[in-house]
Design a protein around this ligand. Sequence first.
Ligand code: MIC
Ligand code: SF4
Length: 757
Amino acid sequence: MAFDVEMIQRVYANLGERVEAARQVVGKPLTLSEKILYSHLFAGTPTEAFERGKTYVDFAPDRVAMQDATAQMALLQFMQAGRPKVAVPSTVHCDHLIQAQVGADEDLDAAKNKNKEVYDFLASISDKYGIGFWKPGAGIIHQVVIENYAFPGGMMIGTDSHTPNAGGLGMIAIGVGGADACDVMAGLAWELKMPKLIGVKLTGKLSGWASAKDVILRVAGILTVKGGTGCIVEYFGEGAESLSATGKGTICNMGAEIGATTSIFAYDEKMGDYLRATSRAEIADAASAVKAHLRSDDEVYADPAAYYDQLIEINLSELEPHINGPFTPDLAWPLSNFAKAVKENNWPERLEVGLIGSCTNSSYEDMTRSASVAAQATSKGLKAKAEFTVTPGSELVRFTAERDGILNTFEQIGGVVLANACGPCIGQWARHMDDPSRPNSIITSFNRNFAKRNDGNASTHAFVASPEIVTAFAIAGDLTFNPMTDTLTNESGEQVMLDEPAGIEQPVKGYAVDDAGYQAPAEDGSGVQVIVSPTSDRLQLLAPFKAWEGTDLTGLKLLIKAKGKCTTDHISMAGPWLKYRGHLDNISNNMLIGAVNFYNDKTNTVKNQLTGEYGEVPAVQRAYKAAGIGSVVVGDENYGEGSSREHAAMEPRFLGVRAILVRSFARIHETNLKKQGMLALTFANPADYDKVQEDDSIDIKGLTSFAPGVPLTVVLHHADGSSDEFAVNHTYNEGQIEWFKAGAALNIIRMKQAANA
Ligand code: MIC
Ligand code: SF4
């Protein structure tokens, strides 16, 4: 399975020279992010400086990681590129399609049965193209990557928005759509706008109930879900050095929730410890030898304000545990204010389920800290009053935690250990509830808590916290409980308190695993058959999207004007729909069904302008498509925030939507739209959103002279005969305009590949 030592040595061999060249062209000391970015230019040694937040840069990432729910579409696209093998080390991880129902073993067996066709497809396509395959049960992509592949100073992309988890090991790891992964696997450059940099200085040291998770919960409160857009968040300071590598990973992981491009920590002893504990001493040694290049220059640390575009300082010694939610991860409550907030907002006080683990929080340290709380419950005569589930992030963690009696400690208070998979984090949860419409509260140690995310129920109030806080709350069964100040009544009627958690960063006896679940690809995969049945309802080979017709677009219908938050979960829901992630036609039946229609405040009910009747969004759009009429989707701020799933861009493209016009976009989604040949436009004047009316026909003008930095024009023809005309902005560069013209970026790759063949 092994990490690619030679590749890492190559990166380190070039590092010194490239960093020095970058320092020359930039003309000042460098931050860590700049060092890594400039040493991964597609063109090799840096010869010019790039303006942050402005210039598009071509990069050459070292690795690609994909999870099963996004890999299907990524690899269906890769098949079209016409290459015999992937150009960089790549892996597939089977984690998203396992539903939590009863417990680990039964659920894993059920998933293997139910998803056989998809697993067979992923295994065979991996085998053919030289991709490492992690079987169902092996673990969640980000945990497996940090345990096996992440390395300080490296750069990777992954088809999942929480790819930045690898920043815990000092890697620039960025979440992308499958089409981007496809480019890199095809040996092409990967393009990104040079990110801005947010510095977070951590002083002091964590103590008591506070943990690494609380750092990011607090940062999310400060920056909000949009605050990291277009930025890399770089953590530094003595506080940073005191955090374990996996704690750092948790912080970087959840940077996705503030829209950050990625987050990162400099190489330090804690990373060395983790690399050694996970059998990668060679990498620790190699990294130590170049450690000056794996941190910012001293001048940066001495005067950070001069080098970062924004600077935040957090004193870990004063940091309280936080609980964020409900419904959005940036609603941050310090523990001491939380009970009051629960009461004032009338959130259901009774806690029904506490869920720990996931890719965000299932390190050995997390497990031991939570287990120390659970063990006290047992010794003090308490049991978990709420349901309590534990999701290990990988088989390595699970096996080790079982050996060390940790899982048993959870089971003693009523905990149920689920499969090493996403499960309840992504709606793969058969929750046992009398009445799903009843307002209720759950708390997780995961990262996201948008409405319906965990169990599909809009009435579930989901809160996010550290695993030790979740464990304490599950024991209390009450959201107004504060483990730092409150007592609980035990089985003998006595008042008892929970002591502060205590954990161990690395297992004393070392990590252990029987079968990690890895399958290496064939040396020569040319004879391997990739199986896609033509009658499958889960997999469908792709047909290329049509090229642009060469004219302005006129007479488009407004499909929906989405109101408020419209995340990728609203655009292409997960949960039950994960099943169709490899079948574009079938999954398109979920397009925008979660978005709220501005005109009637309802979901999945929009006016069909051809009949005047209201129908479901996908059905109305299919009616436009059948009539040969294009349409436009209008949205609000941060449209498409959340996940990297490109289905949210491919579905509208496939069904004939021509433009997405919003107040602002989330980065990954905007790129996904561009890649698929869709027009991604923003109102030059955000107030023009209000001019859009339900019966509008829409023209988009200026496409024949479509050029970088030049706004396009939108004309709204209202039903009463009046019209409005205004400018709309875009961020397409030359190359991206070519994608639009060709119908999709992939069409260009295919043409190039054919020309080379
Ligand atoms: C998520 O956490 O929302 C997911 C499911 O992992 C997604 C990817 C997906 O939609 O498949 C993500 O974060 O990118
Ligand atoms: Fe899986 Fe949840 Fe992590 Fe996404 S955030 S990779 S769904 S565990």
